[in-house]
Unconditional design. Structure first.
Length: 147
């Protein structure tokens, strides 16, 4: 990971709330991203649904956790590498999950808007409807359509 991890009691970068309050990183995406003793592939098997996987992937982009992103990308559509360290730095500013649509037991879509700022200070928004599949009990990101 290239960015420092949020402190475990700080709000999770994905913005998920529980009982109206932001969840702490340790109780949200940190459960999947912070465990150096366990390979990312094994940690990915713990993710309960497509929305949680999408939120963890948003947080992983912000942390530069390429291993998590690749481990949670379906092998059929996964790139060989992401080269995040060589990319223009991006500061992720916030995530708004618009919809989580289960399409049966093993397929789902998640629509979201992610806000960011690049190294020049230019702000942008990524609005996507992402597709996920569950195989052998494990959720994978497949692809998405930009809105």
């Amino acid at each position: 990971m290239s960015a420092p991890l949020p402190e475990s009691d700080r709000p999770c970068p994905c913005g998920r709330k529980g009982r109206g309050r932001p969840l702490a990183f340790a109780h949200c995406c940190g459960r999947f991203l912070v465990d150096p003793q366990t390979p990312a592939e094994e940690r990915a098997a713990r993710v309960p649904d497509a929305e949680t996987l999408m939120r963890s992937r948003y947080t992983a982009y912000g942390l530069g956790d390429e291993a998590w992103l690749l481990a949670t990308w379906h092998p059929r559509t996964r790139p060989a590498s992401l080269q995040l360290a060589e990319s223009t730095p991006v500061q992720w500013l916030g995530l708004d999950v618009r919809a989580h649509l289960p399409l049966g037991a093993d397929r789902a879509e998640v629509e979201f808007v992610a806000r960011s700022r690049d190294g020049t200070g230019r702000a942008s928004r990524l609005h996507e409807r992402s597709r996920f599949v569950r195989e052998d009990g494990r959720w994978y990101y497949v692809d998405g359509d930009l809105r």
